[in-house]
Design a protein around this ligand. Structure first.
Ligand code: CTP
Length: 404
């Protein structure tokens, strides 16, 4: 189940030009399963009409000092108490100063003051206001408080025509911080190494051998691990995906580059999850010039690439201090028998197996239907989004780590 399912997120919107981005944030939060209650300052409500947020959330929106919810028996005390998380986005310099100093002069600031839940703050303001020593001190106060998380601001072109830090972070990044803050940090102090995507094995300067992997599964796993409080390193082959927020990404191309990057990171990892579709073969010789179809044809000699996971399995075999090793098995047809073989042959703790011949599972699509294969147990999951599969895989990883 997704992290935000059934959670109440109060979105406090203060009056910055970035208000329009908060509409997208509401959409993302709702799509992720959260119930979103929007409260706006009066200035914010002059920039984007409350009706927009009301339509997006399906709930009445409170402006200024509020009042509409109060008639339904809900005020700042109720909101502060019932919220699983408060997000202030955009958070102007003024609202940030008020929050920092415990000022409660509108519904947004009083709700924050009356709350005990985590608060994600996304500052958005002019560069000089952000760089002002007063604002910096306020930001430091929030950073030092465990209950608050500051996201951004980003650097770039500002609405006022200036350039520099002050832009509100992207809605996807704010969503990630909300998901992370409401999650139990089961992987706190753990390093999770994830691989994703295909590899490309060069034939000549213009051609390569690759496969259909989109990288979505591995990227979702990296995101899920980050939300569980882990430090995440993602070694990725070529994909079109945006890097998951909060994750260190190492881009590679070939199986050999992936092997090198994984081996450099493996020593300090507590969990290694090989979701990449590593090419099993590469041309024995890469041509330095473009091959001509008339005289050259395709390479006839192919060499097996290093099996990264199997070599990790051998390296840590019988060792007391070893990372948890998770592999993937993409098969056409029933994937369980071959997953069992891979589990044993490669010395793994878990294999995530799926049948890629089904239209709604496997490569490129957003859903997957997987079996979690352990030595003594096979758990078959229903068809679900790759984000939910990632969540389930990571929950299994936590169980396996805790049972060691
Ligand atoms: N893997 C790897 N290094 C390789 C090939 C695969 O680390 N050179 C990892 C994959 O990331 C995945 C698992 O091994 O986690 C897949 O196992 P594998 O037996 O290689 O699956 P297939 O490539 O599908 O192999 P086969 O064609 O034998 O089924």
């Amino acid at each position: 189940m997704s992290i935000l399912q059934g959670k109440l997120v109060v979105l406090g919107v203060s009056g910055g030009i970035a208000v329009y981005k908060s509409c997208e944030l509401v959409r993302l939060l709702s799509k992720a399963g959260a119930t979103v209650q929007v409260i706006m300052t009066e200035v914010a409500a002059q920039m984007v009409g409350p009706l927009t947020f009301q339509a997006l959330t399906g709930r009445p929106v409170e402006v200024g000092h509020g009042g509409r919810l109060a008639s339904a028996g809900m005020d700042h005390i109720d909101l502060g108490r019932d919220a699983d998380c408060i997000v202030v986005a955009p958070c102007t310099a003024n609202t940030m100063a008020k929050i920092t100093h415990g000022i409660a002069d509108n519904l947004l600031t009083s709700t924050v003051l009356a709350s005990t839940c985590p608060v994600v703050v996304a500052p958005a303001m002019n560069t000089r206001m952000w760089q002002n020593s007063m604002t910096r001190k306020n930001a430091d106060v929030l950073r030092a408080d465990d209950r608050f998380v500051l996201v951004g601001p980003d650097e770039g072109d500002l609405a006022c025509g200036e350039q520099g830090p002050g832009r509100m972070s992207q809605p996807e990044e704010i969503l990630t911080e909300v998901q992370r803050i409401v999650s139990p940090w089961d992987l706190k102090d753990k390093k999770v190494l994830v691989t994703a995507g295909p590899t490309r094995e060069a034939i000549d300067p213009v051609r390569f051998l690759s496969n259909r992997s989109s990288g979505k599964m591995g990227f979702s796993i990296a995101h899920a691990a980050y939300c569980m409080g882990a430090r995440v390193v993602l070694v990725s082959g070529p994909t079109c995906l945006n890097p998951p927020f909060g994750v260190e990404v190492i881009r590679v191309e070939s199986a050999a580059e992936m092997a090198k990057a994984v081996e450099a990171q493996a020593g300090s990892a507590h969990v290694i999850i090989m979701a990449a579709a590593v090419a099993d073969f590469r041309p024995s010789k890469k041509s330095t010039v473009k091959l001509k179809k008339g005289k050259d044809g395709l390479p006839t000699s192919w060499t097996r690439t290093k099996d990264i996971l199997a070599s990790l399995g051998r390296r840590y075999k019988g060792k007391k201090k070893r990372p948890l090793l998770v592999g993937f098995a993409a098969e056409t047809g029933d994937p369980v028998p071959s997953a069992k073989k891979k589990l044993k042959a490669k010395g793994l703790d878990l294999v995530v197996a799926n049948d890629v011949s089904q239209a709604d599972a496997g490569f490129s699509v957003d859903t997957n239907r997987v079996h979690l294969v352990e030595k003594q147990l096979i758990t078959s999951l229903d068809l679900m989004s790759k984000a939910d599969v990632a969540q389930s895989v990571m929950q299994k990883v936590v169980l396996l780590l805790n049972s060691r």
